[in-house]
Design a protein. Structure first.
Length: 271
């Protein structure tokens, strides 16, 4: 059982919803990332989604696009991101880490090489936005060989047939995109999300995380009542962006925000 599956199993036994923050590795400076990861765990994060900077992040809105740009100004590569996870693992051997990014850097490294390096560094899974299930065979094989999970996105427009194809290759959990569009866009209708999750769960035998559009504690608490994981990205990255000139303040600011989300999610589950 992977660290991701173990964490979801533990949380289910506690009747708790996972809190999964997203940050872009190397934003705004490579030295911030590992301390920030530890700070997020201390604030209540159950897993970490670590973005791999990419020059054409098609699924991401302007906030996360700018985060990639800031990281790329420091030439942060996939190799660097894997090294950050290795340093994180020196002090944290339990918190699952999922790399989120795009296929090109993995292809450049090579599927098998990427999978082995990621596994050896302590990565638990990856979410590759631009790999449809029909074209994922080689990547799936490389990841399965070393025991890494492949997380897939499911869109509001995904058909039952599409969801079934995703279910055949996904592992760890699936990530339901709660609004149409890119990260940080649109208004999240939690009732509509709840309706969409029912048919997904009939097809997918994995935990379902929900992300895109979760901007505050109230929304996180409501989503936490219907999802297995609350995934928060742009709201965190926006706070990082506001402190690019004071990077030493970033771990504290993000921790304060996450602690509020954690409290709201846990409070809602107790009602």
């Amino acid at each position: 059982m992977s660290r991701i599956s173990e964490r979801f199993s533990t949380l289910k036994g506690q009747s708790r919803t996972a809190l999964v923050p997203f940050v872009t590795a190397g934003d705004p400076d490579p030295g911030v990332t590992v301390p920030l990861m530890h700070a997020m765990v201390q604030a209540g994060a159950d897993m970490i989604e670590l973005g791999v900077p990419f020059s054409d992040p098609m699924a991401d809105g302007p906030v996360i696009q700018r985060a990639s740009e800031r990281a790329l100004e420091h030439h942060v590569s996939l190799h660097d991101v894997i090294s950050m996870v290795r340093r994180f693992r020196a002090d944290d051997g339990e918190t699952p880490v999922i790399l989120m990014g795009y296929l090109n850097p993995i292809e450049v490294m090579g599927y098998a090489n990427f999978a082995m390096q990621a596994r050896d560094a302590g990565v638990d899974g990856t979410l590759v936005v631009d790999v449809p299930p029909e074209e994922s065979g080689e990547l799936v094989m490389a990841l399965e060989t070393v025991g890494l999970d492949l997380v897939y996105l499911i869109a509001p427009t995904s058909t039952e047939d599409r969801i079934r194809k995703i279910a055949e290759v996904a592992s760890g959990f699936v990530y339901y995109v709660s609004v149409k569009g890119v990260t940080g866009a649109g208004h999240l209708d939690v009732d509509e999300v709840s309706e969409k999750l029912e048919p997904i769960r009939q097809v997918v035998d994995l935990p379902v995380g929900v992300g895109f559009g979760i901007k505050d504690a109230e929304t996180a608490a409501r989503v936490g009542q219907v999802a297995d994981a609350v995934i928060v990205g742009s709201a965190i990255v926006g706070r990082i962006e506001a402190l690019t000139d004071s990077p030493e303040r970033i771990p504290g600011a993000v921790s304060q925000f996450l602690a509020g989300l954690r409290s709201a999610i846990d409070g809602a589950s107790e009602r």
